[in-house]
Design a protein around this ligand. Sequence first.
Ligand code: LLP
Length: 436
Amino acid sequence: MSFKNVGLFPIDTSVNSHGNLTIGGNDVTSLAEKYGTPLYVYDEVTIRTMARQFISEFTSRYSKTKVAYASKAFLNKSMAKIAYEENLELDVVSGGEIATAAAAGFPTAKMHFHGNNKTPQELTEAVSSGVETIVVDGFQELDLLNQIAQSLNVVQGIMLRLSPSIDAHTHGHTTTGILDVKFGFSIETGESSIAIRQALQSSNLDLKGIHFHLGSPIFELEPYSTAIDTVLEYLSQFTSEGLNLREFSPGGGFAIGYTQGNPPPPISSYAEVITSMLKTKCSDLGIDPPDLIIEPGRSIVGRAGVAVYTVGVIKEIPTVRTYVSLDGGMGDNIRPALYGSEYEAVLANKVLNSNKKTVTLAGKYCESGDLLVKDISLPHIDPGDIVAIPSSGAYCLAMSSNYNMNPRPAVVMVSEGKSRLIRKRETYKDLIALDL
Ligand code: LLP
């Protein structure tokens, strides 16, 4: 029996002579021993490879592409540094993300600030620190931002986020391009036309372009082409009113594999569909091709991250189910409980063992719904075994909490046989550090 990496684990994943899982040349059981569990292991080569793939697949088809990493997927100082080194721009959604990236030396002049309810303080900080683009989401923000820019004597570059009423068939919690959402100016209701005219008249705002984001993760290609077609067609009426479309963004949302039977389209397919529709439509409408901004988050870091846990209590309910409890759970990965997300798992210290049994991997949190993987077939499990869950690099730690006062996991970056701690495990002291 052998281990086959079907695109869920990091690129450099293998099994060593002890039958242990290795990532980036590091034995995962040794990492668990050295750094403790729960532990998030990120493979640097995979992150950098994905960043380069996005840049090359898009720029080879459409040279005027900027790839802005959606930092909400996973951000800390090391990740911001890698993004900068790989020539990515940054999609940020809070003052905290701006501050974190800036602390790592990421320039604000390459940041695109999103959000449906940016606070006055966040907007003021963003304008005064020179954030490249603010993606305006609503009328209150449009007014307020113009006033802030005026008071700071700045002309702020903006895009308007439109909502094109197109369903990308994602989970209901993560679909964003339909009419009934909190994000953006709706085309269907006519709000977007008023917003475009107002933005063009705003003394201290420079309307550089238009943005939309359909949802996440999007496994289909067709919603991107339909939306680009619809939005560009709609925008063409504003050329005579002074809209000079210099930037255009269909957002992010590119899918990754979570389970074996559900692979995502390759990046080249997303790139082909997006760039060919953009080129065709601009040429049909006689619009100068704008800069294309794409915002991948999950697809840059998702595959790079593996969650590593130690098995604790095993509870067998005869003829019903066997619960195998891990030392993490919904506090570090809320996605199964929140979206019903499915994951694969392996026993990192017994990858190739074959006497399989169906079990359910549960977390340690005080909720019956705290299950990480339901009904998975794994080799015989004993307490102390190490479980590794792939495709855990995006939106797990980013949405983590201290529920039940559990300290958050440590994060380690591996590369070519070496490992380095990039975020310490939280301590009990950290849990009370802000209490007065
Ligand atoms: N651009 C905008 C404007 C977005 O709102 C998002 C994600 C992205 C880009 C990046 O999408 P990605 O390429 O990562 O799919 N917590 C959810 C995902 C929420 C995504 C929110 N916005 C999850 O765990 O699946």
